[in-house]
Design a protein around this ligand. Structure first.
Ligand SMILES: [Fe+2]
Length: 195
């Protein structure tokens, strides 16, 4: 099932502030190419490196996870934050990681490299969408929509290469959740707009 994000509400308020050097939310990262799930999911990771576009990538992940569900307990639980376990990274910089979200976590408002995809494996993630304003307020963003994604739902976007202010959003985990993320570059390069 495709679940592209839809704008369902619009806020005029300026929420973001000056750009902060930062990273994807506040999650603690670890690169673990030898993680047991990296070995288990090797066919998926190999296939992802070969698909031609985001639509095909979404289909590959969806098909794979419809038959196999990674265990949330295989990934680190970090209180009041989320863990990032990078399973693979290609020469081009494309990375595949698993995020385990603690219940109640709200991320920063942050941007992404050109391609970003999130598939909810377990739990539920609410995504608030933002856009930069056209004013001269550097780093100012406004909320343009919100949507909740349950297990089996996913969303993705193709933005502008070389920029890290694509697909600006904030993620809220109402309950403990697990998700797989694919980025065309290091997600930690994403611009951050709020604490
Ligand atoms: Fe994000």
């Amino acid at each position: 099932m495709s679940n592209s994000v839809e704008n369902i509400e619009y806020s005029q308020s300026c929420i973001g502030s000056a750009l902060l050097p930062g990273s994807e939310a506040d999650g603690k990262g670890q690169t673990d190419f030898d993680h047991p799930q990296a070995k288990q999911m090797k066919p998926l990771l190999q296939e992802l490196s070969e698909v031609p576009n985001s639509e095909a990538m979404a289909e590959v992940i969806s098909n794979y996870l419809s038959k196999y569900t990674p265990s949330i307990n295989d990934f680190p639980c970090i209180k009041n934050s989320y863990s990032r376990t990078i399973l693979s990274r290609s020469e081009s910089g494309m990375e595949v990681l698993i995020a385990r979200w603690d219940s109640g976590l709200t991320s920063t408002i942050h941007g992404h490299p050109a391609f970003a995809m999130v598939y909810v494996i377990a739990g539920s993630l609410t995504v608030e969408q933002y856009e930069k304003t056209e004013s001269n307020d550097i780093g100012c963003v406004i909320k343009t929509g919100v949507k909740t994604f349950d297990a089996g739902n996913y969303f993705y976007g193709q933005g502008i290469e070389g920029r890290f202010d694509n697909h600006i959003h904030r993620i809220i985990a109402a309950k403990e959740s697990l998700s797989i993320h694919v980025y065309s570059d290091d997600a930690l390069k994403g611009e951050v707009f709020s604490k």
